[in-house]
Every structure is written in structure tokens, then in C-alpha cells.
Design a binder for this molecule. Structure first.
Ligand code: SF4
Ligand code: SF4
Length: 169
């Protein structure tokens, strides 16, 4: 308490987080580009904040999204409800949902904090989804597009989200 407090010139200089810091989620893929998520809803069941909605669907033989029988047709996380406990990451049998060290998600509109699959899923070119504990320094090189796709909600038309399987507007 008698030491001078360091001042970091954020955002040009960023603090290095603890290796197990829990920040914004992302959904990862396998090396062949298929989605790791199999729509099993275990993450949703494990979430103590009821922040995750998963609606699974059967894979079509000519359009396989994941290696399993099912994939997540709809996947949403309400980041305002989330307490960043990491239970979803622990519950996931395929290492699909992971918490990244990214924390910059401020916005002016509540709807912007409903992160749908389009914002959570890493793009195909990011491809190789390393399990969370393999990330050197906690920051993966192939981090998805979540931060680039902020503020996509139109304030005039609002947003749609799901809660307990029902569509909300
Ligand atoms: S980190 Fe915890 S609160 Fe947030 S979505 Fe995952 S299980 Fe729910
Ligand atoms: S993220 Fe994991 S736990 Fe959640 S539905 Fe997909 S496969 Fe299941």
C-alpha cells in the first residue's frame, strides 16, 4: 500500500490479464471448419445465470454443420446476465464454448449484449480452435470476430432474442 500505483495508458497500452481471466465468449470450430457445438444444451443447463439459450437441430446429410447428429441452430448468450463463472466452458463436452480474455464489450443499448451465434462463432478462416488451456498467454491468435461485430442492433427495429425457448422481440 506504500508503493506508487502504476498508470497504464489504456487503450494504447493494455494490461496483461491473469492466464485464467474469464471474458467474452466465443464458439470454436474444428480444424476442418465444422462447428464444435453439437447443440446438446449442457452449457445452458449448467449456467447459474440462465444466460444461455440453445436450440438444437438435426444435421442434414448434405449440409453437416457439426460432426455429431445435431448442431446449434440457435445459440445466444445474454452477456448482461452472465457472471463469467466459466461453468459453460467446463460443462461443454466438445470445447465449443470458451471464455476469451476479451473484456471490451461496452455499448449503449441493452440489445447489443445479446450475443447470437453469428457473433460468437469464429469465422471459418479462423478455423483451428485450440482448447482453452492451450492458449499461450491466454490470448489466442485466431480469436473470433466478436469485437468487430459490436453495435449491430438497429435501435428502430430493436432486436430479437430467446428466453426459455420462446422468441422475444
Ligand atoms: S460464464 Fe457462467 S454465467 Fe456466463 S454464460 Fe457461462 S455459465 Fe452462464
Ligand atoms: S456449446 Fe458445448 S455444451 Fe453448449 S450446446 Fe454446444 S456442445 Fe453442448
Amino acid at each position: 500500500m506504500f508503493k506508487k500505483k502504476p498508470t497504464i495508458q489504456y487503450p494504447s497500452v493494455r494490461k496483461q490479464h491473469a492466464p485464467r481471466f474469464h471474458g467474452l465468449h466465443e464458439l470454436r470450430r474444428y480444424e476442418d471448419g465444422k462447428e464444435r457445438c453439437i447443440g446438446c444444451e449442457l452449457c445452458s443447463s449448467a449456467c447459474p445465470a440462465n444466460a444461455i439459450t440453445v436450440i438444437g437441430a438435426e444435421n442434414a446429410p448434405d449440409d453437416r454443420r457439426s460432426p455429431g447428429e445435431r448442431y446449434a441452430a440457435r445459440y445466444e448468450i445474454d452477456e448482461l446476465r452472465c457472471i463469467f463463472c466459466g461453468m459453460c466452458e467446463e460443462a461443454c463436452p466438445t470445447d465449443a464454448i470458451v471464455l476469451t480474455p476479451r473484456f471490451e464489450m461496452s455499448d449503449f443499448r441493452r440489445g447489443s449484449f445479446i450475443y447470437g451465434k453469428g457473433r460468437l462463432l469464429v469465422p471459418p478462416q479462423a478455423g483451428v480452435g485450440a482448447p482453452p488451456d492451450d492458449r499461450p498467454g491466454g490470448i489466442p491468435a485466431d480469436l473470433g470476430s466478436v469485437a468487430e461485430m459490436k453495435s449491430t442492433t438497429d435501435p428502430q427495429t430493436g432486436y430479437d432474442a430467446t428466453y426459455n425457448g420462446s422468441l422475444l422481440k
